[in-house]
Design a protein around this ligand. Sequence first.
Ligand code: GLP
Length: 259
Amino acid sequence: MAEVVIVPTPAAGGEIVADEIVRLVRSTPTAVLGLATGSTPLPVYEALRPRLAGVDVSQVRGFALDEYVGIEPRHPESYRAVITREVVEPLGLDPDRVQVPDGSLDGIEHAGSDYEAALRTAGGVDLQILGIGTDGHIGFNEPGSSFASLTRVKTLTAQTREDNARFFDSIDQVPMHCITQGLGTILRARHLVLLAFGAGKADAVAGALEGPLSASLPGSAIQLHPHATVVVDEAAATALRFADYYRYTFANKPEWQGL
Ligand code: GLP
């Protein structure tokens, strides 16, 4: 099962994950990071900034999970722009080594298979950062997504468009379609690190970790992964049945084990 770490604050969660990423980059300077957008991973990127100062990141590669379809890459809310602003620039990554699925309408029919090919050529993702939507989606794999799915175009649910409207001037500006790594793609990463903060995520987290495996709750796919870490704050942990066991396990974690 996934290791569940219950932290007092999102900042504390960000620090734990950032420490693990720094360990990875120090031991493997060519590490491939799976990058997520949304507000949840921001504490990780913030904590990484001082920790990566002085660490050689010139060979690190990055792959984003998803992108809106039909949005201009220069639009401030395109995931290309968000990843550049929040990850590539502050962490000093080489922009040429960080890819985001191509959501341009021109060529969209082969954008998914191109991205799969690029991931394979890079040797796959070493550590994949994940958030989770209130409906249980990871990446943009909305309920019903196959556990075997690969990078492809999806239609966003009304719920996700409403959730993401806060980044746009109005809900009408939130694109209807997206291109996202599939659940099968995500499951190929060597280490999954899912973060969730706030009461609004409590049901999705409990369903993903402790509910039945179901395409209706795409986040439950993490139960299939041999090395998954879930970092939640107290509010996001409130619906977890085995919270006491997770706390006890983490408190008694052997020193030699990383995340
Ligand atoms: C978006 C992203 C997901 C993210 C989710 C949650 O739809 N495509 O990758 O996990 O929203 O967002 P937030 O972290 O802002 O709650």
